[in-house]
Write a protein that binds this ligand. Structure first.
Ligand SMILES: O=P(O)(O)OC[C@H]1O[C@H](OP(=O)(O)OP(=O)(O)O)[C@H](O)[C@@H]1O
Ligand SMILES: O=c1cc[nH]c(=O)[nH]1
Ligand SMILES: [Mg+2]
Length: 217
C-alpha cells in the first residue's frame, strides 16, 4: 500500500485537525462538520497531484493559454454516516465526480465490546476503469473499510483505488495492508497512538458520526 501522510509539514490543516479534536470546540457540530469538510478539501488537493491530466488550450479574452485539465474519471464513495462531511469537501474540488454511498455500522451481538461490521445500504455507480476514492474520517480497527471494500469490489476493477481517512491508527493501517491490494493509495491526515479497549482511537476525537450528526439509539 502506498501511504501518504499529509500533515507532516505545518499548515492550516493542523489548525482544522486541532479543532475537531478539542473536547470543547468539537461540541459545536456545525463547526465540526465544516472542519471535516475543509480537511476533505485539503486532502482532495493533495490527492489531485498524482492523478492524470491532459493538455488543453484555453481561450482567454486576450489569447490562448496551453494548460492542463483532469483526465481521470473520479468516483467518490463514502461510508455512512461519518463520511458525509468529508465527502462534501472532496465534492467541492472534484466537481464532475460520480458519487457512491455505503453504510457500515458496528453491531454488538452480545452487548459487550465484541462487534461485527454490518454493511447494508449501497448506492454506487460502476468503478470500472475509474479512480475510486473511498472516504471515511476514522480508520480505527480497519474492519469497516475492509468490509465495505469487499462488498464494493465484488465485480469491479477500478483504475486506481484511493482511501482517504482523517485519523488513522497503526493497527488499522496494518489491517488494511493485510486485506487490501498492494497498489491501493492510503491518504492519512493524522496518525494517532492506537486503540482503547472499546476500539476507539486514542487520542482521536471520540465518535465522529455522533459529533457530526448527533447520538444514535
Ligand atoms: O475502523 P473501524 O474499527 O471499523 O471503525 C471506524 C468506523 O467507525 C466509524 O463509523 P461508526 O461505526 O461509528 O458509524 P457512524 O458513522 O454511523 O457513527 C467510522 O466512520 C468508521 O466507519
Ligand atoms: O475512534 C473512533 C472509532 C470508531 N469510530 C469513531 O467515530 N471514532
Ligand atoms: Mg460513529
Amino acid at each position: 500500500m502506498h501511504i501518504h501522510y499529509i500533515s507532516e509539514n505545518n499548515s492550516i490543516l493542523n489548525h482544522f485537525l486541532s479543532q475537531i479534536r478539542d473536547v470543547t470546540i468539537q461540541k459545536d457540530s456545525m463547526r465540526f462538520r465544516k472542519n471535516i469538510e475543509r480537511i476533505g478539501e485539503v486532502m482532495a488537493y493533495e490527492l489531485s497531484k498524482i492523478l492524470t491530466y491532459k493538455e488543453i488550450d484555453v481561450q482567454t479574452p486576450l489569447g490562448i493559454k496551453k494548460t492542463t485539465a483532469l483526465e481521470d474519471n473520479v468516483v467518490l464513495c463514502s461510508i455512512l454516516r461519518a463520511g458525509l462531511a468529508l465527502h462534501t469537501g472532496f465534492m467541492n474540488f472534484f466537481d464532475d465526480a460520480e458519487n457512491g454511498f455505503v453504510s457500515a455500522m458496528r453491531f454488538h451481538p452480545n452487548n459487550d465490546d465484541f462487534f461485527e461490521i454490518k454493511v447494508e445500504y449501497q448506492a454506487a455507480p460502476s468503478f470500472e476503469n475509474k479512480n475510486l476514492i473511498l472516504i471515511d474520517p476514522m480508520l480505527a480497527t480497519g474492519q469497516s473499510l475492509v468490509a465495505v471494500f469487499q462488498k464494493l469490489m465484488a465485480e469491479e476493477t477500478p483504475k486506481e483505488i484511493h482511501i482517504a481517512v482523517v485519523i488513522a491508527t497503526p493497527e488499522g493501517i496494518e489491517y488494511l495492508e493485510k486485506n487490501l491490494p498492494n497498489n491501493c493509495h492510503l491518504w492519512v491526515a493524522a496518525l494517532d497512538e492506537g486503540l482503547n479497549a472499546k476500539n476507539y482511537i486514542v487520542p482521536g476525537l471520540g465518535d465522529a458520526g455522533d459529533l457530526a450528526y448527533g447520538s444514535k439509539l
